[in-house]
Design a protein around this ligand. Structure first.
Ligand code: GTP
Ligand code: MG
Length: 353
């Protein structure tokens, strides 16, 4: 049952109205304006209507309406003024303040009930409509925000892609030059990848960084990744040095896991570089991670990578131990191959560095 509040200083009026309305509503009562406001605070959201006398001690009906308006209640709860007042200006003033209806004393049972019902129905449809509009606006806002975020995320990915292309081109140019000048290629192949949105998200969360385009730019260094596969260890260093020496490339971090392999045996040279990309209206620096390794190191790393993502494999560490042994053999093999190459180069004739 809906709850309504009847406010009148005359007990007789309150009783009369309660008798008229008690079958349809839970009828709360207040004997003056102050009590009315207390009850409003108490029941606020659950009140469906207020029937309000104008002339009352302590606080009159006008003041109650003014406070209800100020506190936003008038938008959600219809107020029906009950008054013996016949002056049109008073009625006018009430409507101007925002009351829903004006019922004159003496009360006619059927009319009071209909007017209260009408006012409640009207307000409830109005409230529902307002709520729907508000929800709709909220949805639109969220959708727009998502679209904006998606757009700036895609833009960022485009920029990283441009940075990958830039570094890849620099490396390929070096390869071309070496191939022509010295008849050898410092690298065998280049692989590149943009970190997937899922792993970008996962890494930001794992490291406690905010998930936003700005945060990706600031906190991640491996969104743009290049893997350069060389034949021999010395090619790695030569290529890395030539790249870093170029204009417009800033070395941010260098991790030499070849000289200092990881305990599991992982070996590679990692460079984090800042490179400019040239867009229609700006030049921007982007971070790129370049991993350089030999064919054999790469072979090892792909197998070891598989192990990382497999669950419940080898609880005793036997596979790790075998992989570590392979890494050691690979290291020896890489240098032996390099020595043989050097020997061929120095003994042979025709070409070579
Ligand atoms: P990540 O959070 O994994 O990027 O590590 P990090 O920021 O400490 O940088 P690190 O230079 O150690 O590793 C960068 C990347 O190198 C990794 O994302 C892998 O692609 C590769 N890498 C590093 N350690 C290993 C390893 O032990 N095994 C394999 N297979 N790859 C590795
Ligand atoms: Mg990484």
């Amino acid at each position: 049952m809906k709850r309504i509040l009847v406010v009148d200083d005359a007990e007789l009026n309150r009783e009369l109205l309660r008798d008229m309305l008690k079958e349809e509503y839970i009828v709360e009562m207040a004997a003056d304006g102050e009590e009315a406001l207390d009850k409003l605070k108490l029941y606020s959201a659950s009140l469906s209507a207020v029937l309000l006398d104008l002339q009352m001690p302590k606080k009159d009906g006008f003041s109650v309406v003014i406070e209800m308006k100020r506190d936003g209640w008038l938008r959600h709860i219809p107020v029906l003024v009950i008054s013996g007042e016949f002056a049109v200006e008073v009625e006018n003033q009430c409507f101007e303040l925002g009351v829903s209806d004006f019922i004159r004393k003496p009360f006619v049972d059927s009319i009071v009930r209909k007017r209260v019902r009408n006012a409640i129905e009207l307000f409830s449809s109005k409230n529902q409509l307002e709520q729907k509009v508000e929800e709709q606006e909220q949805i639109i806002k969220i959708q727009e925000e998502r679209k904006r975020e998606e757009k700036s995320f895609n833009r960022l990915m485009m920029e990283y892609k441009a940075a990958i292309m830039g570094v890849e081109t620099r490396l390929k140019v070096l390869n071309e030059e070496f191939s022509q000048e010295y008849n050898r290629n410092p690298f065998e192949s280049i692989k590149s990848r943009l970190k997937s949105p899922a792993s970008i998200y996962e890494k930001l969360e794992r490291r406690g960084f905010p998930v936003s385009v700005e945060s990706i730019r600031e906190n991640l260094t491996d969104v743009a990744g290049l893997r350069v596969i060389c034949s021999f260890p010395d090619d790695i260093y030569r290529l890395a040095d030539l790249l870093i020496k170029q204009d417009n490339i800033i070395l941010l971090r260098r991790k030499d896991y070849i000289k200092n392999p990881k305990p599991n045996g992982y070996r590679s040279l990692h460079l984090i570089v800042d490179v400019p990309i040239f867009l229609s209206h700006e030049k921007k620096y982007m971070k790129v991670e370049v991993q350089l390794r030999t064919i054999a190191m790469d072979f090892w790393a792909s197998l070891e990578h598989k192990l990382k993502y497999k669950k419940n494999v080898d609880k005793t560490g036997a596979i790790e131990a075998r992989l570590k042994a392979c890494a050691d053999s690979i290291e020896a093999l890489d240098y032996q191959m390099q020595e043989i190459r050097d020997q061929i180069d120095s003994e042979g004739s025709g070409h070579g560095l």
